[in-house]
Ligand binder design. Sequence first.
Ligand code: F6P
Length: 317
Amino acid sequence: MKIAVLTSGGDAPGMNPAIRAVVRAGINSGHEVYAVMDGYAGLVSGSFEKMSRKSVSEILAKGGTIIGTARLKEFNKLEVRQRAINNMKEAGIDALVAIGGDGTYRGAKALTEMGFPVVGLPGTIDNDLACTDYTIGFHTALETIVDAIDKIRDTSSSHQRCSIVEVMGRYCGDLAVSAGLSCGAEFIITPEHPMNKDEIIERLKVHKSEGRRNAIIVITENVCNVHEFAEEITQQSGFACRATVLGYVQRGGSPCAEDRILAGRMGAYAVDLLSQGISGVAVGIQNSKMVHYTFDEVLSTPNESMQDIYELAAKIR
Ligand code: F6P
């Protein structure tokens, strides 16, 4: 079988180990493996490169994705997807492994519905996909955030400040709640568990009156304008407040061991599925076991894998 592999959407640490696993497991199972450059854009332009064992050596520790990624809005058009399928057929490609987040899965679902076999791997720092406990990249991004917040805590304490730290996640609070829990953040604000601003300000006044030298508020992006919120806190609580937006630093860096292992397991599992003639599904990990669900199931199920972490963060605040 000829298997193509692509990475799409926001990059995530661990995408390279996932590519390596698909290539190596694919070749070891007697298949040929082709990389598609720059996500779905490469499918549409027919940008394929035959991979060898050597072309994926020394990439396990590399951040980003060696085959590039992109967001391609036009992929929601039937004629654009048809061009992609025609290009794959012309190159003799039988199946595709698509590594990415929910946008990638929507594209994969559409290709599946057009009769082309696709298996998806969850590659996003956001952990915002259902039917998997973790996505590839989440743990590395979490380590980066925890390291940054620990540093921000140091300087906040020296200056007796409150710090708001905005983290990625798009509309999912898994990174914020996990980082907040790990750093003992005084407040964790997520789309799933928003907090009343007035209540935060009242609690900060008490916090300051108790002689506490700093406070950390971890917040998911897209919840509010953190700079305006910092100004409100400064004006109303008597606690000088600064906002830090961590930004793209969270998406870079060498994948941690957990992400490398997860990516390896998922990549090899995807090849096993295709070898057994199974496609139209996304791979996940649940209770340490590899699982697969249809794209429909993943895209229509609420993502509640971190419910216990949200409860724990509230319990030991
Ligand atoms: O999905 C990954 C992610 O990093 C989100 O956390 C963030 O909202 C988004 O991508 C940023 O996307 P872009 O790279 O297009 O700015």
